[in-house]
Design a protein around this ligand. Structure first.
Ligand SMILES: Cc1ncc(COP(=O)(O)O)c(C=O)c1O
Length: 366
């Protein structure tokens, strides 16, 4: 009996560093400081340097990071923020949390990131920011998106929640926008042992504003000048993240090798493969076929777990229904939602895992 293959194996990643992470957790327990202390400060410094940015401000989720990054850009309630309709729900709900109005614009059919050719038509006089999503570990078309933003006076906030360490040419994720947000949810390429997130920026004022608002807007223990939240990061998460950061580039290279192997093994099938990229960090390996559900059932019967990221584009979710986008408005996002299938991908999957999955996919199409 061949063992089942999970879509993501969080436990396997954890096990390889069990000793180091346990030591880090132990250190926190002994310190008696559990929230936003020296471990958080150390991780912030290291992550800023990893992203080649001046400041990094840790929070307790990617959603909180985006919420605060939007507020820190001094956008006002009711301002419009343009983003992709094909992303995790939190990209859009963070805009709602900030009392702003999400606006969507369609995606490119191959990379599934914002289509720069469609952005300008989606801007209105109220649009103040663009949030490109570096989906599945691939940086969006940032040269063109930045050029549009500069011309139209918009802030750019990168949603790099799936793209820790991704590059586009000489620049890393976090080096394109006014601010960039990352998530450390356990399935991410760089993950906490719980929830976590971070805002990265070169702008001192933005950094100060995020710092203020993540901790109740406090200027001293009981002085609160602005509305803030409790979005602080735990020390345990920062300590674990510091351990894992040392391994991120190696894991990303392993993901890259596995994606390359999928590409070889799955070529010449009636299956759309993600475009090759040596710069992406391959958070997910997402293929496309109109026969998605049948392929998924076939793999499931053979013990191979797959995922659908994402089955419903944001503009068709009830939570965004007030925005009034009708079905058919973003055909590429809607088609992607019907066709995408995420195959297992994580460093510990190994070449043998990819080979087994690829041969089952080939058997389906044979
Ligand atoms: C693209 C994207 N944006 C935002 C988020 C939100 O991050 P978190 O789950 O840490 O709040 C995620 C995480 O799943 C994500 O994938």
């Amino acid at each position: 009996m061949t063992p089942p293959i999970p879509l993501i194996d969080v436990r396997a990643a954890q096990e390889s560093l069990h000793h180091e992470i346990s030591e880090a957790v132990e250190r926190v327990l002994r310190s008696g400081r559990f929230v936003q202390g020296a471990e958080v400060a150390r991780f912030e410094e290291r992550f800023a340097s990893y992203c080649e940015a001046k400041f990094a401000i840790a929070v307790d989720s990617g959603t909180a990071a985006l919420h605060l990054a939007l507020l820190a850009c001094c956008l006002r309630a009711g301002d419009e923020v343009l983003t992709s309709p094909f992303t995790f729900v939190a990209t859009g709900t963070a805009i709602l949390h900030a009392a702003m109005r999400p606006a969507f614009s369609d995606i490119l059919p191959d990379t599934l990131t914002l289509d720069p050719d469609r952005i300008e038509a989606a801007l209105t006089s109220r649009t103040r920011a663009v949030v490109p999503v570096h989906l599945f570990g691939r940086i969006a078309e940032m040269e063109r998106i930045r050029a549009i933003a500069e011309r139209r006076g918009l802030f750019v906030i990168e949603d790099a929640c799936q793209a820790h360490g991704a590059r586009r040419g000489a620049r890393t994720a976090g080096a394109w926008g006014h601010a960039t947000v990352f998530s450390f949810y356990p399935s991410k390429n760089l993950s906490a042992i719980g929830d976590g997130g971070i805002v990265v920026t070169d702008d001192e004022k933005t950094a100060a504003e995020v710092r203020l608002r993540r901790d109740h807007g406090r200027t001293s223990k009981y002085e609160h000048g602005v509305l803030g939240w409790n979005y602080r990061m735990d020390e345990v998460q920062a300590a674990a993240l510091s351990v894992k950061l040392d391994h991120l580039d190696r894991w990303n290279r392993q993901r890259q090798d596995l994606a390359g192997r999928y590409h070889e093994r799955l070529s010449n099938l009636p299956l759309q493969l993600p475009p090759p990229s040596s710069d992406a960090v391959w958070h997910l390996y997402v293929v496309r076929t109109p026969r998605r559900d049948a392929l998924r059932a076939h793999l499931d019967r053979r013990g191979i777990e797959t995922g659908i990221h994402y089955p419903c584009p944001l503009h068709r979710m009830p939570v965004f229904s007030d925005l009034g986008y009708e079905e058919g408005r973003f055909p590429e996002a809607e088609r992607a939602a019907r066709e995408v299938l995420s195959l297992p991908l994580y460093p510990q999957l190994g070449a043998g895992g990819v080979d087994r999955i690829a041969s089952e996919v080939r058997a389906f199409f044979a």
